[in-house]
Design a protein around this ligand. Sequence first.
Ligand code: SAM
Length: 235
Amino acid sequence: MTVYGIGLGPGDADLVTVKGKRLLESVDVVYSPGRLSRTVALNHVPEERIGDLDFPMTRDPDELRRAWKEAAAEVAERAASDDIAFVTLGDPNVYSTFGHLRRTLDAFHPEIELEVVPGVSAMTAFATALGVEIESGTGLALREAANGAVPTGPDRMILFKVTDAPATYEGLTEAGYDVKFGRRLFMEQGETLVTSDPEELEERDYYTLAYAERAGLERDVATAEFDGVDSEGSV
Ligand SMILES: C[S@@+](CC[C@H](N)C(=O)[O-])C[C@H]1O[C@@H](n2cnc3c(N)ncnc32)[C@H](O)[C@@H]1O
């Protein structure tokens, strides 16, 4: 049988892919690593098909490895007779807990067949939510900014895990970036917030990202960008 890693998208149940939804409806059990992903999954799966796996609230690597080994053993045992889904918010291969499960299954249960169904990642959904266009020909880097971290360098960056928005804002603006934050984008749980004011984000919320763009970036004139169009539409 197969273990499916299924991306649920950023949190809006309508942003699950058609393939993801079909599989959620057909597998025997759906495991979720947290409350939010479980809530999204429950839009597509009845509660009795949601499975429980224990994840300790710890950063101790040995304890975490032990917990993943136990979780993988349970998943592998169930996968002997059933199809299984393990869901994650966004995409399963972008900064995701699914990576821990996949590595542990690969190491201890290599016989298990795995298939990944990509999801709409916050990495792409942010552009629509924040009204940003990443024009063709430009670069974009993905970074982590947990605990006030301020990675800098590239002209345009998305920063995940913004847990101290005021500190990240201060560091980025000092380094010459314009910054926009997005919290709980396309999420049905909690309030969506898009702002450039870090004071609105003083309360910590893990589901926060930032888009940073070097101030005063030179831009080539984009295709289909029209200044001074007259009433007949000629440029
Ligand atoms: C562990 S990563 C998981 C990323 C996920 N696998 C994905 O592809 O979007 C969690 C971080 O992603 C960002 N994130 C995920 N979903 C988000 C959302 N709906 N709104 C804002 N940020 C989000 C936040 O920065 C959060 O700290």
